[in-house]
Design a protein around this ligand. Sequence first.
Ligand code: G16
Ligand code: MG
Length: 216
Amino acid sequence: MNGFIFDLDGVIVDTAKYHYLAWKNLANSIDIEFTELQNEELKGVSRVKSLEKILAWGNKTISETEFEALMKKKNEEYLNYISTMTSSEILPGVQAFLETIKEANKPIALGSASKNARYILDRVELRPYFDAIVDGNDVSTAKPNPEVFIKAAQTINCQAKECVVFEDSVSGIQAANTAQMYAVGIGEQHILFEAQIVFNDFKSMPSNFITELIKK
Ligand code: G16
Ligand code: MG
C-alpha cells in the first residue's frame, strides 16, 4: 500500500464516546430516546446528518433556526469534553503504528467527517505525522459517500487502489469500499463485517500484518 488514510474519531482517539454523550444529552433534552445502537449509525456521519437522523427517530420536525441552535448546543458540549484532551487519549498502538509508516516513508492522510479534526490532532500532538488533512470542512458529502477518502488520496498523490483506510464506522467502511480502497475495520467484527479485515485496536495487529500491508 502506498497511502495510509486514517479516520479520526474512534480510530486515533476515543472521541466517539464524547460524541455519544453529547448527542444523547441533546436527544434527551428534546424528549427523544437515544440508545448506543442508534449511536452506531451516527459514527462517521456529519453533524447535520446526525441531527437529521435523531429528529427522524423521534418523529420531530423543527424550524431551521431551532436546528442550527441544537447543532450549536451539541458542538459546545462536545468541545467542552475535548478541551482537556491530552496525548494520553490516543488509542492503543496508534502512535507506534504511525511511526512505523513514517519509517517506511509512506504518506499519511486524515479522512474525517469532523469539523474539529485539526483541533483534536493538535490537542493530542499528532498533527506532525500527517501529510494531508481532509475533514468535514473540506467536503460537501458525508460518509458513506467516498468523497473524503478520494480527496485524501488525491492530496497525497496516491491511486485509490493503493490506499488503505482505517475506520471504526460502518458508513466509513462503506465509503472506503466504494472508493475501492482496502478497508481495515477498527472495532468489532460483527459490526464492521463489510471491512476486508477487522482488529479490536492497533495493538492487536500482528507485526507481520503491518509489514505485509506496507509491501502490498
Ligand atoms: C466524526 C464522528 C461522527 C461525528 C462527525 C462530525 O467523524 O465519527 O460521529 O458526527 O465526526 O463531527 P463534528 O461534529 O466534530 O464536526 P470521523 O469521520 O472522524 O469518525
Ligand atoms: Mg470514526
